[in-house]
Write a protein that binds this ligand. Structure first.
Ligand code: PEP
Ligand code: MN
Length: 359
């Protein structure tokens, strides 16, 4: 197949679709046939070894399912991808001519597993997609990518699939969008796609998550698709039919990074405004921190506590009220104040304890 990077460099996002699990030959082939009628889809996914959080759930058909994927490719022309979690999986996937491998979120948390996969891949030329770890740990994600890259794999793609959390939210896995953005800042050469199915966990939220990912310039989507989602042996709530997939792909707005020349000029002048405001914001921040420092010196000299809850409450209430009168959301103002407060407390602790860093 064409390299994944090449597919990702095209204008249209890379669409990967297929069932969570390869359940039966008929289910795999029928799903693939229907998916293949949509030319936007470029890669067929199916889980053959399923990492299940709890035992006694369907754990995949293993090697038996790999010839079904060969049939998918022979019949529809779609290249295929499966999840691998150990060296044996890698060897079998290569033996049966799987085109792209992916490493799942539960494996990425374990450097032993990732290293085992990396060692099995040494000297092999195959694209590898690496999901974020289940926990929002940037270093684990970066580390997994480095391990696979050090094994000599050059075609590496990151998949954002959200993060599990103790708190129950509307998402199955919270997207925490700032994290994939920070990842891309740190690893600018690794293209990123999104798996909205595992973020949403249900079909209602799927479209919204997929559109948000495209708006954030993610280069593709992996969408779990099944001929009969309700009967699926895994992830039944989040899978859609091939027909629903086509509707979704036709409805998504494919935002582009580069605007036309006239659009670019408008964007440029709007950005000039942001640049100017940011400059003010930074100058004002410096002024505020200077005032915080002076107060810190006063507190040190007069042995007054750094944290003054009464004053903090007064600031929060007053600033939220002010923000509201200017059309700002309470949550936005509160987050901003929290950030300022943490920095201010830290600075004053430094002044009072005599360990202040020189700004
Ligand atoms: C999957 O893609 O079916 C899967 C198990 O995903 P994740 O590793 O993101 O949980
Ligand atoms: Mn799944």
């Amino acid at each position: 197949m064409e390299s994944l990077r090449k597919l990702l460099a095209q204008d249209e996002p890379l669409i990967i679709a297929g069932p969570c699990s390869a359940e039966t030959e008929t289910q795999v082939l029928e799903t693939a046939r229907q998916i293949a009628t949509n030319k936007k889809v470029k890669l067929f996914r199916a889980g053959v070894w399923k990492p299940r959080t709890r035992p006694n759930n369907f754990e995949g058909n293993g090697e038996m399912a790999l010839p079904w994927l060969q049939k998918v490719k022979a019949e529809t022309g779609l290249p295929t991808t499966v999840e691998v979690a150990n060296a044996e999986h890698v060897d079998l996937a290569l033996k049966y001519g799987v085109d792209v491998l992916w490493i799942g979120a539960r494996s990425v948390v374990n450097p032993f597993s990732v290293q085992e996969i990396a060692d099995a891949l040494r000297g092999v030329d195959i694209p590898v997609m690496i999901k974020n770890p289940v926990t929002p740990d940037m270093e684990l994600w970066v580390g997994a990518i480095e391990r696979i890259a050090h094994a000599g794999i050059s075609d590496i793609v990151a998949i954002h699939r959200g993060f599990s959390s103790f708190d129950k939210t509307q998402y199955r896995n919270q997207p925490k969008w700032s994290m994939p953005i920070e990842f891309r800042r740190r690893m600018p050469d690794v293209p990123m796609i999104c798996d909205p199915s595992h973020i949403a966990g249900n079909t209602l939220l799927l479209f919204h998550v997929a559109q948000t990912a495209l708006n954030l310039d993610m280069k593709g989507l992996m969408i779990e698709t099944h001929i009969n989602p309700r009967e699926a042996l895994s992830d039944a709530r989040q899978q859609i039919t091939p027909e629903e997939l086509s509707q979704m792909l036709a409805t998504l707005v494919y935002t582009k990074i580069a605007a036309s020349e006239s659009e670019a000029n408008i964007l440029e002048s709007l950005r000039e405004r942001i640049d100017k405001v940011d400059r003010h914001l930074i100058e004002i921040l410096a002024e505020r921190m200077d005032a915080v420092k002076k107060i810190g010196e006063f507190k040190r000299d007069n042995q007054v506590t750094v944290l003054q809850m009464g004053r903090w409450n007064e600031i929060v209430n007053n600033r939220i009220w002010l923000g509201k009168s200017l059309g700002l959301q309470e949550e936005t103002v509160k987050k901003f104040l929290d950030l300022l407060h943490i920095e201010s407390i830290q600075l004053q602790q430094g002044v009072v304890n005599g360990t202040a860093r020189e700004e």
